[in-house]
Design a protein. Structure first.
Length: 256
């Protein structure tokens, strides 16, 4: 798939930082219009200024996925060929210590808002490609990231099931799901970043963005991003799940 010929307008959710920011840099050279969406207006404006002079016509929109009404309004107005959702929320620590409010917020951002967007787009029968990013935590429960793992697993199973439903229906809408391992972003606190091996063992946002673009251009509807993380996923399938959970728990416990 040649993106320059098939994608005229792209929208990135979570463009103010991390992978979303790097995807914006990649897409700004490949599309005619690019909409940068995120919670932090100042960071969006800064990114727009940094990208001045690129091929794409740039615009910004502030959106907080915790605001269900705002998400609904955004989805109803959405006009694009490509929507990429990079947003995610994580709470690191013992599962029983997570407050009810924090858990509700996590599920809203990681599951309910993405599904709300997908449903709204599908109801309008839009010819749009939706790229949803997920995590290796969706494939195996992560101690000290219990709610995060559960929300990512729910989103993964929903998207994979929906992909088949859309295929059978002959829908013009396409859902892509890309799984990532640890990436150097601010979603996790510094102590967990150190437990995950710091910068040496984590993928950079720049590399993650380039590989996501490559997978999309190859029209891969589902993929684990990066050889190292594909190997980890293979080990998760090969070994008993209880062993894997214990290994992950011992590893992540270092960040407490």
């Amino acid at each position: 798939m040649q993106m320059e010929k098939t994608i005229s307008k792209a929208v990135i959710l979570g463009a103010s930082g991390g992978i979303g920011r790097q995807l914006a840099r990649e897409l700004a050279q490949r599309t005619d219009q690019l909409v940068l969406v995120g919670r932090d207006e100042a960071k969006l404006t800064q990114l727009q200024e940094e990208l001045s002079g690129v091929k794409a016509k740039l615009s910004c929109r502030v959106l907080d996925l915790l605001d269900a009404a705002a998400v609904d309004d955004f989805a109803q107005q959405l006009e694009a060929d490509l929507l990429i959702n990079c947003c995610g929320l994580a709470n690191f620590g013992p599962a029983l210590s997570l407050s009810e409010a924090d858990e509700k917020a996590l599920w809203q951002v990681n599951y309910q808002a993405p599904i709300q967007l997908i449903k709204q787009v599908a109801e309008r029968n839009c010819k749009v490609r939706v790229v949803q990013l997920s995590s290796l935590a969706a494939l195996c429960p992560h101690p000290y990231l219990a709610a995060y793992s559960a929300s990512k697993a729910a989103l993964l199973t929903y998207c994979l099931a929906l992909q088949e439903e859309l295929r059978l229906k002959g829908s013009e809408m396409t859902v892509y799901l890309y799984i990532l391992g640890p990436v150097r972003t601010s979603i996790f606190p510094p102590e967990l970043q150190d437990a995950l091996g710091g910068s040496q063992l984590q993928m950079s946002p720049e590399i993650a963005a380039r590989r996501i673009i490559r997978l999309f251009q190859q029209d891969r509807s589902y993929a684990i991003v990066g050889k190292r993380y594909r190997l980890l996923a293979w080990l998760m399938r090969l070994l008993p799940q209880r062993w894997i959970i214990r290994l992950i728990g011992a590893y992540l416990r270092k960040g407490l």
